[in-house]
Design a protein around this ligand. Structure first.
Ligand code: F6R
Length: 261
C-alpha cells in the first residue's frame, strides 16, 4: 500500500485525476470504478476540466458505480445514478449507457446484484477504482462486519452512516434510505488499482486503522492491505493520526518520477 500525504484535497484530487487521465490516454476503453459522496467531487471537477481544456476523451471508457440507494424515487437528486450524471457523466463524453449503477429500483434486488457483478466481469474488470471512506471505515457501503470476500449485495446502512449522509437530505436522517446495493469488498479487491481518498480530520481515525491497524471485517477499508496496488491519498488532517506519516512522506518524496501512483 502506498500512502500519499498532500497539503490539500485539491492537490490530492489533481493527483487522482492525473492517474485516471494517464490510464485513459494509454487505454482508451478503460473501465473506471466511480465513487459518490463528497470526497471525489474535486476529482470529477478536474476530469471535466481536462476533458474541456485538454481534450481528454471518455468516448470508449466505461464506468461502474460502487453503490446505489434502495427505494429512492427514480428521479431523486441524491440517487447515485443522478449524482454521477450531474458530477461527471454529463460533463464529459461517455457514450450513452457506458456508466452503470446497481439497480436500486429492481423488483428482484438479489438478481440485480448478480447481474451487476456479471456486468463488471463482462467488461473485463475495473482498471481503476476510486474510493472514499466512511467515518466507520466502510468502503462502498460495506459497513463494519462485512465479509472481506463479499460481492454485490443488499446492505443495511448503520445509523452512523445515515447520520453522516443526512447532510445530502436536508439534514433529515429519516429521509436517508436504510438499504443500499453495494459492490462487495471482494468485488472491490478485484479492481486492478484501488485509489482511496480521504480529506479532513473526521476521517483520521478510520484512515489510521485502515493503513496501520489489523485487517478485519470491523474496519472494511483495512482490506486494502490485501491488494497488490492500493494507493491511499490523504490530506494532512486525514493523515494526522498516522504513526508513520513521516515515513510515508519520505517514501513519496524519494519516488522515481516516472513511477506515478
Ligand atoms: C459512495 C461510497 C461511500 C463514500 C463514503 C464517504 O459511493 O461508496 O463509501 O465514499 O461514505 O462519503 P463522503 O465522501 O461523502 O465523506
Amino acid at each position: 500500500m502506498e500512502v500519499v500525504i498532500v497539503p490539500s484535497a485539491q492537490q490530492g484530487s489533481a493527483l487522482a485525476a492525473g492517474a485516471i487521465a494517464q490510464l485513459l490516454r494509454t487505454k482508451h476503453d478503460a473501465v473506471l470504478g466511480l465513487a459518490t459522496g463528497s470526497t471525489p467531487l474535486g476529482v470529477y471537477d478536474e476530469l471535466a476540466r481536462l476533458h474541456t481544456d485538454e481534450g481528454l476523451s471518455f468516448a470508449e471508457a466505461r464506468g461502474f458505480a460502487l453503490d446505489e440507494y434502495v427505494g429512492l424515487p427514480p428521479d431523486h437528486p441524491e440517487s447515485y445514478r443522478e449524482v454521477l450524471r450531474r458530477e461527471i457523466v454529463g460533463r464529459v463524453n461517455f457514450a450513452p449507457g457506458a456508466v452503470r449503477t446497481p439497480d436500486g429500483w429492481a423488483s428482484d434486488l438479489p438478481a440485480a446484484c448478480a447481474d451487476y457483478e456479471q456486468a463488471i466481469v463482462a467488461a473485463g474488470g475495473v482498471d481503476l477504482q476510486l474510493l472514499g471512506i466512511g467515518t466507520d471505515g466502510h468502503i462502498g457501503f460495506n459497513e463494519p462486519s462485512s465479509s472481506l470476500a463479499s460481492t454485490t449485495r443488499v446492505k443495511t446502512l448503520t445509523p452512523q452512516t445515515r447520520a453522516d449522509n443526512a447532510r445530502f437530505f436536508d439534514d433529515d436522517i429519516d429521509a436517508v434510505p436504510e438499504h443500499v446495493l453495494t459492490q462487495g469488498i471482494g468485488t472491490i479487491l478485484r479492481a486492478r488499482h484501488l485509489v482511496l481518498l480521504a480529506w479532513g480530520e473526521n476521517k483520521a481515525a478510520a484512515i489510521a486503522e485502515t493503513v496501520e491497524g489489523p485487517i478485519r471485517a470491523m474496519m472494511p477499508a483495512s482490506a486494502l492491505q490485501l491488494h497488490p496496488h492500493a494507493t491511499v491519498i490523504v490530506d494532512d488532517a486525514a493523515a494526522s493520526l498516522l504513526q508513520k506519516a513521516d515515513y510515508y512522506r519520505y517514501v513519496y518524496d524519494h519516488k522515481p518520477a516516472w513511477q506515478g501512483i
